[in-house]
Design a binder for this molecule. Sequence first.
Ligand SMILES: [Zn+2]
Length: 412
Amino acid sequence: MTEKLFYADAYLRDAESVIRKVEVEDGKARILLEGTIFYPEGGGQPSDRGIIAGEGFRITVEKVEGKEEIWHGGRLEGRVPEPGESVRLFLDWKRRYENMKAHTGQHILSAVIKDLLDANTTGFQIFETYNKIEIDYPGELTWDTVLEVERRANEVVWRDLPVEVEVYGELPAELRKKLRKELSDKVKPPIRIVSIPGVDVIPCGGTHVRSTREVGVIKVVNFYRKSRKLWRIEFVCGNRALEYLDELLGDYWRSLDRMPNKNRPLTERVGELKAELETLKAQKDSLRRSLWDWKARALLETAEEIKGVRVVSYIEEAPLKDAQAFTVYLVDRNPNTVALVVGDNYAIFARNREAGRVSMRELLKDVLSTVGGGGGGSEVLARGGGFKVAPEEVLRLALEALKDRLGGTTSP
Ligand SMILES: [Zn+2]
């Protein structure tokens, strides 16, 4: 069993220890220590990082895990260490201290949420840049409620209350009644109770700051419904709160800087841009419609008359999606019209519903049997691509096939 020095003193940044076991593979080492200041991942708090240094070797600790036996994994430099050797442990204190602030901030936030909304915290996770909790609350959470929670939580922070830790073999009945959440059967003694007088009493295996003031600030940055009964609340504490807000503000100012009108607030500028975009879109649609009308008129003037059907055929330069939109527009508005349109590796065959009885799908099959590729469609619209020959050749073959089919259907 590894002695948990981080429980005796969460503020220990370095210590001495002795190696119990060593595993080395591909330049990575896993070390079991007699005692450790490295917190192993658990209860939403990530594992610590730091350095384990010995005579002639050094391990950059990246992952710490285990409950009774605590293993420290990371990159090994120098010779392979041996069991029984003495080592010095150095914690990445900046990171750990922020984790302690975040963890204590979570206790406060969860206590206020229990008090104000009678909602239990069912999940908690500390990330590199923010933290999240999950609360069991069937009602509708609003920004106003969340901000009230935040206001009360920060009052607790600024009251400079002690964060006390006591370990019990068996929990006294009096204390059990004060717990924020009923004790799960999974929790076996010794039971570590973390309390903030008058605010919160909860069993917890994490590391915390000594006073609520050290949390600095609790800022909720986002919340959303996760499922019918669960809400997620994202928040930041300590220096990470500053870093988070600096980044957010940076994004705000950079965005505002890129606006044609740089006056605050950003929401008004975004609203203006959106309105402008909608006007431009309406203008674009109307311009496109008149362009299509001219294009249709020009194409119909040069259309070929085959067995009483007007056939428009041409090579298109536009991409497939635009070409199809126009082709459908053309045949829908012009009775007795068939359009054969071939572009860069695509073909669109379309006809007015009343025009002839030739199936566009069958016509495409005729063409594909010679030029290869694939495609499909309906009686009135078919689309193909992946041809082995040039567009001009596809168009010529399509016209020929259409003539055959029209001839076939009209001759007795
Ligand atoms: Zn805790």
